[in-house]
Design a protein around this ligand. Sequence first.
Ligand code: CP
Ligand code: NVA
Length: 312
Amino acid sequence: MNKKIRHFLAIDDLSADEIMHVLELSKKMKDELKKSGTNDHLLQDKTMLMIFEKPSLRTRISFEIGMTQLGGHAIYLGPSDIGLGKREPASDVGKVGSSMADIIMARTFKHETIVELAGASTVPVINALSDKEHPCQILADLMTVWEYKKTLKGLKIAFVGDGNNNVTHSLAVASGLLGIDFSVAAPKQYWMAKEIVKKIQSLSAKTGMKLVETDKPEEAVQKADVVVTDTWVSMGAEKEKAERIQTLRPYQVTTALMSHAKHDAIFMHCLPAYRGNEMTAEVIDGPQSVAFPEAENRLHAQKGLIQFLMQE
Ligand code: CP
Ligand code: NVA
């Protein structure tokens, strides 16, 4: 991998200070956009290549609109356009793509595919979701928590549902980096991947964050500032749908479960959400939910990220 190029494949490809710097850049551009309706055209004549092996609403529109607002352009390549690893190897796609585009984002099934693509790319590559991590989502989530809680310090985040999940992994590692206490409630077979837990344990030794994995939702949510869930059936796991819905049923986020968190706790979800499964409609459409401002923050947080990566 070219050492000079900064990729963003996993949340800890940024240090804690760099994450905060990206959030500052993002907030500045968000405020500017809200005030004047435009941003400086920092990416005039620059093109982003957007590669998708899976469907998307938020990721596609936030990157594409973000590039437009920064004066650049984005090219969308959908699941049937390239045939990553089938029509040609991901490394060839990285070589060719980076010979023309200024920045690449990719949403892949296997994390190894984006690692291979980035390894051959001469421009920054952003992970727009793989089976292991969803780091762009977590930048938007941190921005949202920061906006609603005014700080990221001294907080407790609780994740309830599928722990062995890209969103859980990236959020847990970010919590390790930033010193935020993180509890996951999931049935044991859906606990986080061991390599992620190891990573968090070594971060927690430095930052003092507390990591808890439990199969008891009330325990995880106890006195939490932020309660998070995600779909029980991630893209690629559709064959396990019936089994997952049955096993994860006791992990639904309900108003009763939310009552174990702090009275001013917020509820977050990366969307798309399946009301009646991972949470009730009452929770996601209720007063504690910030799921929709969280979705909008994908736009702002990624503009901060793009600016940071292009400047590096
Ligand atoms: N949260 C998220 O990544 O949404 P999409 O899958 O619609 O992009
Ligand atoms: N964990 C979900 C996130 C969707 C944005 C998935 O991978 O499908």
